[in-house]
Design a protein. Sequence first.
Length: 395
Amino acid sequence: MKRLTLLLLGLALGVSATASAQGLTMQMSNGWSFSFSGNVNVFWSFTKENNSGPANSNVRTGLLPAFATFEAKGKEAGLNLGVHFGFAPQIQNFNNFHDQFGTQIDMRQVYLTVGFKNGSQLLAGRELALFGRQNILNDMTLFGVGAVGIGGGQGGGTTLGRIGYGYLYPNFNAQITYSTKPGQAQLSIGAFQPSVLKGGTGGTPYLFTKIPRFEAEFTYNQKSGRNNYSFWVGGLWQSTSNAASGGNTASSFGGTAGIKAGMSDLSLVVSGYIGKGLGTTLMFSGDEVAANDTDLRKSDGGYVQLTYKLGPKTTVGGSYGFSRLVNNSTGDGNTNVRSNLYSYTAGVYHQWTKSLKFVVEGTQEGTTGETAGLFAGLAPGTKQLDLAAGFMLFF
């Protein structure tokens, strides 16, 4: 219906329109083009906690939300200009009620691009951040469900995939990012909207962000016959203060790296991260500052993933990952682990048609004990089984 509406709109505006399985593009009379694309995904998800814990079924979106993206591109004064809007709703009802009243549309992407003659590009607006984005983009559960989150069998929003179980979520953030020309090697560096820190136990929040957060990413790709290899490194630095003048200033930083090796039909991904003052799971969401309200806590994690193509349309894969947050020896008086989530995932990903994908996954997620993060209060040894099957249609 939306495709038909856009086609009719194109005819009414006197422009040519073409439709394909990978989106709709209309060429405007002024030289600009307009395109519409996206995906809809639907999964049945079953979760069961151990030790007589609860069991839940849910019909929901997976790690990816549904997406409807609108883009306009044109060329002026030798510059390639563009604007992009990405709407990302979920299919399940708000707070799991039987109706949809109050459901919000997740506006994940709003940005403009300026492309230069040398192939480099400037992006300004809301888009996926740089730090850790390759970790999530190379995760096989991006096209599935992965970890749901212990106790989250009827949770709203998207699933976690391997967020908090192998990498930190880069999030969609306001930014001004410059990227060199795409190719074998590419460097991206940007200034981002900084995040506040909640402070230590009963302490003063770090609300003052005098300078932007800086993030950078370098990627390198090499191909030889049926084999291809890539690696990436990334970094993040942010400074926040708990007073307008004086007070304490905290410097958060992080580093991430990974490799991907595609050898014929076999593909291996290994990635990891370290950080200080980043927190865990959703990043900058709490527990970054130690109890003394001065020192910062460290975090680390990573995942390993192996996939194999059984044929031109079917891929099977397995992965393991963990994410950990530890106390600061000075600020907390010990180096105890505050959060340690891990998961194993196995999946089958079948490309039914050019646009339609069928996915079956199974995940075992667990913890060695949680005193922080999204799942604070979980007892050591708590585990959950997640089973999922569903469809993804890209257009």
